[in-house]
Design a protein around this ligand. Structure first.
Ligand code: GLP
Length: 241
């Protein structure tokens, strides 16, 4: 694993956006998997800014969403669907046919099946942009999730349900998530794990120091063949210098 610590969120975002754009420049028909959450927002802003400024051709890129809250409509501003539309797809004018997100209102077994088949069909994920939950989850692979799963539906951890309220306008019932599995994470050509803020400093410390295991899925970034953990100094606050 490569660990990169940045002085501030802005520098982190610039570097992460550059890495994403580099993949698209090298492979214009790349398959990108994107996380949601607060941490990648500045990166996506930079990606849009630099992508438009440099006139990067995104017309052949395919995008998949890492996860979604089960039972939440895509039109709900707290959904991962809405997040990606607003932060990336609309500003970059990505066409409908290039976007592949879980529909968490549909037949979930079928959604998982379709997603897994599409990923195989396109030759695998070139780059996964991931975050890190307060409990060390990756996507919705909660602590204790076996690492050999592809797309699946999972009962959410109580931490995820509590923390997840921040994305919604009012108190929202959250029980389950639909997510790519850790097998997708390991199969991806590269993983950028983006984490920012002091609230993540404890889980970042555990990610770097604890034994890598399914008890803390984020630790698997250390086992990935091409994994990079990008953090700001606040998230790095508890790491030994
Ligand atoms: C949610 C998302 C995850 C994301 C995590 C961290 O649970 N489903 O994919 O990694 O939040 O988000 P944040 O950056 O807001 O802490």
């Amino acid at each position: 694993m490569t660990l990169k610590v940045f002085d501030d969120v802005d520098q982190l975002a610039q570097a992460a956006a550059e890495e994403i754009l580099e993949i698209v420049k090298v492979k214009p028909n790349a398959l990108l998997c994107l996380a949601t959450g607060s941490s990648p927002i500045p990166t996506y802003r930079q990606l849009v800014y630099k992508g438009l400024r440099e006139k990067i051709d995104f017309t052949k890129v395919h995008f998949i969403g890492l996860d979604e809250w089960v039972g939440i409509e895509p039109t709900n501003p707290g959904s991962c669907h809405y997040f990606l539309q607003q932060n990336l797809f609309k500003p970059l004018q990505i066409m409908e046919g290039q976007i592949h997100l879980f529909n968490a209102m549909a037949d979930l077994t079928r959604e998982c099946d379709v997603m897994d088949k599409k990923i195989i069909e396109w030759g695998g994920i070139d780059l996964m942009v991931a975050g890190m939950g307060m409990n060390g989850h990756v996507g919705f692979n909660e602590p204790g999730t076996p690492p050999d799963l592809y797309s699946h539906v999972i009962r959410l951890d109580s931490t995820t349900i509590t923390v997840g309220q921040k994305y919604f306008e009012g108190q929202t019932v959250l029980n389950k998530g639909i997510t790519l599995g850790m097998k997708h994470f390991f199969d991806s050509g590269a993983v950028l794990m983006i984490v920012a803020g002091n609230s993540k400093s404890t889980i970042v410390k555990r990610t770097v120091n604890d034994k890598a295991s399914m008890e803390l899925p984020a630790t698997y970034i250390r086992k990935h063949k091409n994994g990079t953990l990008l953090i700001d100094t606040d998230a790095a606050a508890q790491l030994a210098t």
